[in-house]
Design a protein around this ligand. Structure first.
Ligand SMILES: Nc1ncnc2c1ncn2[C@@H]1O[C@H](COP(=O)(O)OP(=O)(O)OP(=O)(O)O)[C@@H](O)[C@H]1O
Ligand SMILES: [Mg+2]
Length: 450
């Protein structure tokens, strides 16, 4: 029932918006054919603007979209709902058919109809009025909040072709926001190679040695007070915004966990980018794909977590393959982007020695996550115990901690395996044998024997 009512509300919004848009387009076509010397944007655009501003609550509420901006938003949105919208209107005004290049637009690959370009926006918002047409460029410039807030932009065109012949692309997040009237998290994919990381764990669940914990706390101090630095008359001119940290250490020692916990503590989304995937899958495209992550991250104040940093920032002795050539361009792009990022940016690697020294110098802090020592392992074992099973008399965590050098992740895996064994055997308690079996399985993964 609830669902149904929402649908009706959505429907009436779009019905009104489309009717208004159709009216607006007809008026602009008439203007065009009657060759008015001076261009006027029809009053209908005001109706569209009111409709949109009423619906979209912009994150920074003081901003309202102008009439022109609303027309561009609607233009970008139409193909997502009604594929033949433009064709039918063109046909109405050019009954004999034929091409109408003044209207702009390109043929899509999957989508069977026309997709609007910057030129389409120019036709609607400026007709043939050169002065007005020039103004339309501004809506697609890097300075406009459409671009800065990652709302919409023009698809880059081949060298030498007019930029306005690029398709208008609206970020999927915004398509969803307007279509469904709700905010959605960006989807992981080719054009957005980042995944949100979340944790159910609490800060006190993390077992870190004193030095590591102290350095992690420095990050928390920065997150708490960095805004104050930029109120200081002297420092604000000199200090760069942003905080860059390197996490290094063996697998399963809490690097990702610590990043997720910081996000939770400071109510910031943490997005993880796996650089080894980015480099191998998107050869030569890294820059383009990461750009959308950076832009969105900047506007949302995310914590960025670059995993497997050695994939891109590793030591390279000579440049041979085309892969390396691309990688080098990508490294310089990413270095610049990393230095300019105004928020917290964490890079993680298993081996600091693999990383380029010049690269390491750019960090505010380098934090080592070593394998836990015996006491830390004991705490990890204790904190990993299931709450639904009690340990029976055979269980000796002290012994396990002392005897087996394992990471926090391995300890948790061993306990999980032992707990499943207890369930399987219908026991209501945990046995040392099952725990040792769990350890054995972990050792096998690393081709070690116990
Ligand atoms: N220091 C720790 N304290 C508490 N739990 C830990 C710790 N280290 C690892 N764990 C447990 O192991 C899981 C995996 O650890 P995490 O993903 O943080 O390791 P990582 O250092 O990022 O490893 P990798 O280098 O393989 O990415 C955590 O979610 C947590 O449950
Ligand atoms: Mg990790």
């Amino acid at each position: 029932m609830q669902q149904h009512r929402i649908m009706i509300k959505e429907y009436s919004f779009f019905k009104t918006a489309f009717e208004d848009f159709e009216e607006l387009l007809s008026q602009q076509f008439q203007n065009y054919f009657t060759k008015k010397s001076r261009f006027f944007l029809s009053e209908t655009s005001r109706k569209i603007a009111d409709l949109f501003n009423d619906r979209i609550k912009f994150p920074k509420a003081e901003i309202r979209f102008s009439q022109q901006e609303c027309v561009i938003l609607l233009l970008a949105l139409v193909p997502h709902i009604q594929p033949n919208f433009f064709e039918s209107i063109i046909q109405e005004h050019l009954p004999s058919g034929g091409d109408f290049p003044e209207f702009g637009g390109v043929k899509a690959t999957n989508h069977r109809s026309m997709l609007p370009t910057g030129e389409t926006a120019q036709f609607i918002l400026a007709g043939t009025d050169i002065e007005e047409r020039l103004k339309v460029h501004d809506y697609f410039s890097n300075e406009h909040f459409f671009y800065k807030q990652n709302i919409l932009w023009l698809e880059p065109v081949k060298e030498g072709e007019p930029v306005m012949s690029g398709r208008i692309i609206m970020a999927q997040e915004w398509v969803d926001r307007i279509l469904l009237n709700k905010e959605t998290a960006p989807r992981f994919g080719l054009d957005f190679p980042a995944k949100k990381i979340i944790t159910e764990m609490k800060p006190e669940d993390a077992v870190l040695n004193e030095q590591t914990a102290q350095q992690v706390n420095d990050i928390a101090v920065w997150l708490t007070h960095h805004n104050q630095l930029f109120k200081d008359e002297n420092l604000k001119r000199k200090v760069k915004p942003g905080y860059r940290v390197l996490f290094h250490g063996p697998s399963g020692t809490g690097k990702t966990l610590t990043a997720a916990l910081l996000g939770k503590q400071f109510e910031k989304d943490v997005y993880r980018i796996d650089l080894s995937q980015v480099v191998s899958k998107y050869i030569g495209e890294t820059e383009k794909n990461l750009e959308s992550v950076f832009r969105r991250a900047e506007s949302k104040n995310w914590i960025l977590f670059f995993d497997e940093a050695d994939a891109l920032f590793g030591k390279r002795t000579n440049v041979q393959s085309s892969h390396d050539k691309y990688a080098n361009q990508e490294v310089s792009y990413l270095l610049q982007r990393i230095e300019d990022y105004p928020g917290l940016l964490i890079l993680a690697s298993n081996f600091k020695s693999n990383l380029d020294d010049a690269f390491i110098r750019r960090f505010h802090s380098i934090i080592h996550f070593p394998m836990p020592n015996t006491e830390e392992r004991l705490v990890l074992w204790q904190k990993s115990m299931p709450s639904s099973l009690l340990p029976d008399a055979s269980v000796d965590l002290q012994l396990l901690a002392k005897k087996y050098e394992m990471s926090g992740a391995s300890i948790l895996n061993a306990v999980q395996a032992a707990t499943l064994q207890a369930y399987e055997k219908g026991r209501d308690s945990l046995h040392q044998d099952d725990l040792i079996d769990g350890v054995r399985k972990e050792y096998l993964k690393e081709e070690k024997s116990i």
